[in-house]
Design a protein around this ligand. Sequence first.
Ligand code: SF4
Length: 377
Amino acid sequence: MAGIYIHIPFCKQQCTYCDFHFSTTFEGYRSEMVNAIATELRTRIDYLEGKPIESIYFGGGTPSILNEQELSLLLTEVRTNYQVNPKAEITLETNPDDITQEKLTEWKNVGVNRLSIGLQSFKTEDLEWMNRAHTADESRNCVVLARAHNFQNLTVDLMYGLPNLSNQEWKYHILQVIEMGVTHISAYCLTVEEKTVLNKWVKEGKIHPASENKQSEQFLLLVETLEVHGFEQYEISNFCRPGHEAVHNSNYWKGEWYLGVGPSAHSFNGTSRSWNIANNQKYMQRIAGNEGCFETEILSNRDQYNELLLTGLRTKYGVSRKKLATLHAISESTELKINEFNSAGWMTEIDGVLLLTKSGRLKADYIAAELFLDVNE
Ligand code: SF4
């Protein structure tokens, strides 16, 4: 089982909080970029060693900027060179302003069967300071339109912990998306990343981020509201109706292999991780010159052990002691910490699998870091 991630490094405009890799001035070279990504798909055919492909994910950037021919060219390249399961999940990240009748028909034509919609908010004031390209009305209407075009497998992104977002407004946003009938929700707390406009504003005192207390309150509100309405929290930031877990995301968390193509995309094959150059011009030049466009890091057993904790503890699948022990013996000091976290009500263990409780999920990164193997172990 494996997945393919395709990074489309184009955006209409720059959201103030975003530090992903993209360009807003791409029209002059968009077809050159699409062809370069197609070439990378061909040249890295051996990376996944013939494993069947269960998930294809167009991320970015904003892949919904691509037209039907461009999407079709990339998907044909994947289908020609890899063993794609006919039932594979094919996800396209979209922004509400790109969701039109015409585009939805194009996406159906090329075989996209899941949309990931970057709604973020229904509040005009927040969409404006975030510099999102869509309006609150577009946030409200896009899901209805997508469902009318028979896209039943829909996930939306929402953001909490925004400077002036009240708990009441946040609950309203959650209830809105439930009412819209989506099957999957990803919700992220706003983080202030270094190289962003938001960071500049925070430093200048123009924007005051929400307090940690407020962030925790809104996280708990999210978890409780979605639970009451039949959603399962299968990863800290991801919730779904039964049976609608994202294949793509679950693959990451379960340590399955994936190939990432396009500038800045990451790949993983069990024992090593690679990352493509995050520069559009250099990426295209290297692909054209048949030069390597990525760097690779071999993961030691310690790296793999720590990653298993970091990702596994965030999910409902937890971390199997057996799997940990195949990488490194679990030390006495780690056992003591596990006991401590159990007693604090943050962790539990079922059939040899370590899992976080609801209150433990609030401290997931801290707990994982406490259980990490350090360099001397
Ligand atoms: S559309 Fe997405 S990738 Fe592009 S700037 Fe906004 S958040 Fe970042």
